[in-house]
Design a protein. Structure first.
Ligand code: DOR
Ligand code: ZN
Length: 429
């Protein structure tokens, strides 16, 4: 196994120091961190972060390998500074049995670029009617702890209650896609001034907020863990603040795109900006940034959602919702949160690594580079600027909303259990 000496890295933004990485762990930190024969990595000016952890990634395998595979998505993740991703269950077949989650888990191991932790479906086929085999998925080789029908809301409150009761037994968590389906029939974009002008059916903020309020109450009643996927409105933030003040075990994520982009982008009818939940208003973006700074929103999760050109480049109403996110997440967070002073490096590490690792129960991840810690880390150059070119991305899909945009932060290297998955900005497999 290769040993690495990383020279002059600013660990979580601190003073420059050296790191010795050997046998899967950070063996030493400081001036003595050296060993003969080690591969030297010049980290002058680079910040070392605990490897990023994504709670919400769509890898599309099995079923839509033309859009993404476990391997291509793992490569995108490593290039984005991630060492672990949680793979959403809305594949084809759906990840609603031990067999499918084990398949995804093994494909992740075979790719070997990040730890792929499968998420199990809450209901069979994401249909909302019968509960999936949560216990069998939890007991499987994939050891599933997060369950979600993402893409669909668990709309039936009785089903939601039962799922919360079930996962409580093994400290699992239900990750809810909060969208009251009766309020979003035919919805194409955020309901507001722009949907009225463009003549597209609106997706009202209340459809999200009503489900978050309901499920926070259910989680409080049951005493189980609830996680809210891709929070997108200012009103949701207020409900989450209230739920946390009551001591309910509720956590929440925001996506990079909801921290940066707004509904006005729909004006060109370019479906690259179609996503679910939809891009909202400037006021929502400001509230989401403030909530992430404050910790009312716990984590950034990408909702990386690859779609083929055929599924994406058509008229707005027919286009699938979703955006690529893994390779641009950290740059967007640096742009929207770090550079304006809303987060510092420590809170970036908290929101993108430590806290998501704890929510997912990924005990090898979310550790700052320190002696004895598993060597899951990433090196980023905060002074560099990247210009996003869809053709450069690792996914076979091209649906990035940031094409041509310049963002701060270049991921230079990523290490998974002491092995470099990325060096000099290039994937090593
Ligand atoms: O925009 C989205 N795309 N939102 C979801 O909830 C699902 C995802 C997908 O699977 O494409
Ligand atoms: Zn979703």
């Amino acid at each position: 196994m290769t040993a690495y000496v990383v020279r002059g890295a600013r660990v979580v933004g601190g003073e420059p120091t050296d790191l010795l990485i050997r046998d899967g762990v950070v063996e030493a930190v400081g001036p003595d961190a050296d060993v003969a024969g080690a591969t030297r990595v010049d980290a002058d000016g680079l910040v070392a972060l605990p490897g990023l952890v994504d709670l919400h990634t769509h890898l599309r395998e099995p079923g839509r390998e033309d859009a993404e595979t476990v391997e291509s998505g793992s490569r995108a993740a490593a290039l984005g500074g991630y060492t672990a991703v949680c793979a959403m269950a809305n594949t084809d077949p759906v990840a609603d049995t031990a067999g499918v989650v084990e398949q995804v888990y093994r494909l992740g191991q075979a790719a070997g670029l990040v730890d792929v932790q499968p998420i199990g479906a809450v209901t069979v086929g994401l249909a909302g009617e019968r509960m999936a085999e949560l216990g069998a998925m939890a007991d499987s080789a994939a050891r599933v702890r997060i369950f979600s029908d993402d893409g669909h809301c668990v709309a039936d409150p009785r089903m939601m209650r039962r799922a919360l009761e079930y996962v409580k037994a093994f400290d699992g968590v239900v990750a809810q896609h909060a969208e009251e389906p009766r309020l979003t029939v035919g919805a194409q974009m955020h309901e507001g001034e722009w949907s009225a002008r463009l003549g597209l059916t609106g997706w009202p903020a209340v459809a999200e907020e009503a489900i978050i309020a309901r499920d926070a109450l259910l989680a409080g009643h049951v005493g189980a863990r609830l996680h809210i996927c891709h929070v997108s409105t200012a009103g949701s933030v207020e409900i989450l603040r209230w739920a946390k003040s009551k001591g309910f075990r509720v956590t929440a994520e925001v996506t990079p795109h909801h921290l940066l982009l707004t509904d006005e982008l729909a004006a060109g009818y370019d479906p690259v900006f179609k996503v679910n939940p939809p891009l909202r208003t400037d006021e929502d973006v400001a509230a989401l940034r403030a909530a992430l700074a404050e910790g009312v929103i716990d984590v950034v999760a990408t909702d990386h959602a690859p779609h083929t050109t055929e599924d994406k480049e058509c008229e707005w109403p027919y286009a699938r919702p979703g955006m690529l996110g893994l390779q641009t997440a950290l740059p967007v967070v640096l742009d929207t949160m770090l550079e304006p002073g809303l987060l510092d490096w420590d809170t970036v590490a908290e929101r993108m690594s430590r806290r998501p690792a704890r929510i997912a129960g990924l005990t090898d991840h979310g550790h700052d580079p320190a002696p004895g810690a598993p060597a899951n880390l990433t090196l980023v150059d905060p002074a560099a600027r990247i210009t996003v070119d869809p053709a450069d991305l690792a996914s076979p899909s091209r649906n990035t909303p940031y094409a041509g945009r310049t963002l701060p932060g270049r991921i230079v290297a990523t290490f998974l259990r002491g092995e470099a998955t990325v060096l000099d900005g290039k994937a090593q497999k």
